[in-house]
Design a protein around this ligand. Structure first.
Ligand SMILES: Nc1nc2c(ncn2[C@@H]2O[C@H](COP(=O)(O)OP(=O)(O)OP(=O)(O)O)[C@@H](O)[C@H]2O)c(=O)[nH]1
Ligand SMILES: [Mg+2]
Length: 261
């Protein structure tokens, strides 16, 4: 019986503790003039649903890295090297897959989407489809057979650098001079300078066309000043690699910098 009494007292005390502040709150609300009260309710009715729905509208950061470049530059070999350190030749991995770099296995890093976009000109529209979602673009250049392909590679890169999404979203581009395992491969400084010269020429000819046709195209820097990758609104860096021998450290650093862990 004594136990029952104790329980009753405890419940009554608990109820008091809850009801007292509630009564005080009701008292406080009654003192507020009705106009202010309605205004407060209206503000709450607008802001609360907005705050609750806000996370749904927040755009997710992209975790896609694109491997692009001319056919034969070594994208597919690089793709397999990055995925699992394997050597694979010939077959495209399109539209790519989610991977974790082998060097990240011990770290808590989420997989990212690596897309190997085939270099065949027929598949250019595919690249344009993927560009808006890219967190970073690796533009692979064949450093061995560079000179005969310099113009074509520069044209391809020019198309990427003037793509509206790339410019607007400031998507970083890594120009990757591949196949540096061969002693006859050109250096990254040489490749950068040659491509800058080629893009300078392209820019002048495209400017002339757009002035005549009134085509609105993104202009890379001041046409009066020699072109350099520094004038691009997005960051353009140059690195060296060999997908064949697994020398891909600078590629891994670029990916690490631009995909969200
Ligand atoms: N020496 C050397 N050769 C390489 C390297 N990477 C690729 N290759 C060779 O270059 C050729 C083309 O490689 P792929 O990876 O198929 O080229 P790709 O860029 O995927 O070409 P597409 O799929 O046609 O766009 C193959 O014969 C590779 O063995 C490299 O780092 N060093
Ligand atoms: Mg390929």
């Amino acid at each position: 019986m004594e136990g029952m009494e104790q329980w009753k007292v405890m419940i009554e005390n608990g109820a008091d503790q809850i009801l007292q502040p509630l009564a005080q709150f009701i008292q406080y609300v009654r003192q507020i003039p009705p106009t202010e009260l309605y205004a407060g309710i209206a503000v709450l009715a607008i802001t609360v649903p907005f705050l609750l729905l806000f996370p749904l509208f927040k755009r997710k950061k992209s975790n896609t890295i694109l491997l692009s470049g001319l056919s034969g530059s070594g994208k597919t070999v690089l793709f397999h090297q990055l995925r699992d350190g394997s050597f694979h030749q010939g077959h495209e991995e399109f539209p790519g897959c989610k991977i974790i770099l082998p060097c990240w296995q011990q770290e808590k890093i989420k997989p990212f989407h690596l897309v190997d976009v085939p270099g065949h000109s027929r598949l250019l529209p595919k690249l344009e489809e993927y560009l808006p979602q890219a967190a970073g673009i690796i533009f692979v250049v064949d450093a061995l057979e560079f000179l005969p392909k310099c113009r074509a590679a520069s044209e391809y890169l020019y198309g990427i650098l003037t793509n509206a999404s790339v410019v607007k979203k400031k998507i970083p581009v890594l120009i990757l001079c591949n196949k540096t395992d061969k002693v006859t491969a050109h250096t990254k400084d040489f490749i950068r300078k040659q491509m800058e010269k080629e893009i300078d020429k392209l820019r002048q000819s495209r400017n002339a066309i757009s002035e005549a046709d009134i085509v609105s195209e993104v202009t890379l820097g001041d046409p009066e000043v020699a072109f350099s990758f520094c004038v691009c609104q997005n960051r353009v860096t140059v690195a060296e690699a060999s997908g064949l021998t697994g020398d891909v450290l600078q590629v891994e650093e670029f990916i690490r910098e631009h995909v969200k862990p």
